[in-house]
Ligand binder design. Structure first.
Ligand code: BV8
Ligand code: ZN
Length: 228
């Protein structure tokens, strides 16, 4: 069975109504992501960071997965698919994907600063909320700039063994995700990029499928299903 590594970014959730990072010149409701999504910002101004994530978490309940999310879930029926997303939303899971690696964390989880306990969290998080296990302070379970992404060992193992590397809706701005394609290709994978436009990493791909992911991804999956 073909092994397919799927890396997704904000562009796969954009058609569902979740703002991308750089489409709106990196602003999120007036915040610069790189300035808010950092441990330093959280230390300096925790309520600003809590508000930033509370707004995005509550926004999750107003959006739905789209045809691209559903097509990736369908692909897993005819191939050995690993989905690794940079996104912190839950649209892959709601679109039918069974196991998703959230390398940058998840909006619907929070983590204890003292004992590391991770808790599912669907409401606003404030500094008065405390860890159910040790009463410590909680933070969004999000990987901020300067922090080590989740799942890197599993990601590396899957990059080493995949036959096909699909990269969907990412600008290739953020490391280490933007390095996965060259690592996969060094280990023999064929690489395809799906984006509205060419990106900082387009030259690393064997194929670039230009267009809206809600059209290009389902179309590609329909054609691939008979070949895999
Ligand atoms: C690390 C959670 C060490 C937060 C995120 C200087 C140079 C190079 C690198 C660095 C540097 N200084 C620091 C670094 C490292 C840094 C980094 O890369 N910074 C960048 C900004 C320069 N990285 C880190 O700090 C990472 N950690 O390096 O640790 C290490 C590493 C490995 C091993 C050991 C140690 C941690 C980075 C994680 C940051 N957290 N997310 C939050 O969400 O609030 S990143 C955040 O931004 C997102 O998660 C996402 O990953 C990223 C945005 O990227 P995209 O998903 O690509 O989104 P973007 O808006 O940019 O692009 C959307 C694309 O979709 C566009 O191309 C658009 O055309 C396309 N699109 C839109 N609509 C559609 C579409 N395509 C098709 N159809 C459509 N309809
Ligand atoms: Zn705790």
């Amino acid at each position: 069975m073909k092994r397919i590594f799927v890396l997704t970014g904000a562009g796969i959730s954009a058609p569902s109504g979740i703002q991308t990072f750089r489409g709106s010149d990196g602003l999120w409701n007036g915040y610069r992501v790189e300035e808010v999504a950092t441990p330093e910002a959280f230390d300096a101004n925790p309520s600003m960071v809590y508000d930033f994530y509370n707004a995005r978490r509550s926004g999750l309940f107003e959006v739905q997965p789209n045809a691209a999310h559903r097509a990736i879930a369908r692909l897993a029926k005819s191939a050995d698919v690993t989905v690794v997303t940079q996104n912190v939303d839950d649209l892959h899971e709601r679109g039918g994907a069974s196991s998703v690696v959230h390398m940058h964390g998840e909006l619907r989880k929070v983590r204890c600063l003292d004992c590391g306990e991770v808790v599912l969290w669907d409401t606003d998080l404030t500094s008065s909320d405390c860890c159910p296990r040790c009463q410590g302070r909680m933070r969004p379970d999000i990987v901020w700039f300067g922090e080590i992404p989740y799942g890197l060992d599993q990601i590396e193992a899957e990059l080493r063994r995949c036959d096909l590397f699909l990269c969907i809706g990412t600008s290739g701005n953020v490391y280490p995700a933007n390095d996965f394609v060259s690592f996969a290709k060094r280990h023999g994978a064929y690489a395809i990029e799906f984006n509205l436009e060419s990106t900082m990493i387009s030259d690393s791909f064997d194929e670039c499928v230009t267009g809206d992911v809600v059209e290009t991804v389902p179309e590609w999956v329909s054609q691939a299903e008979s070949r895999l």
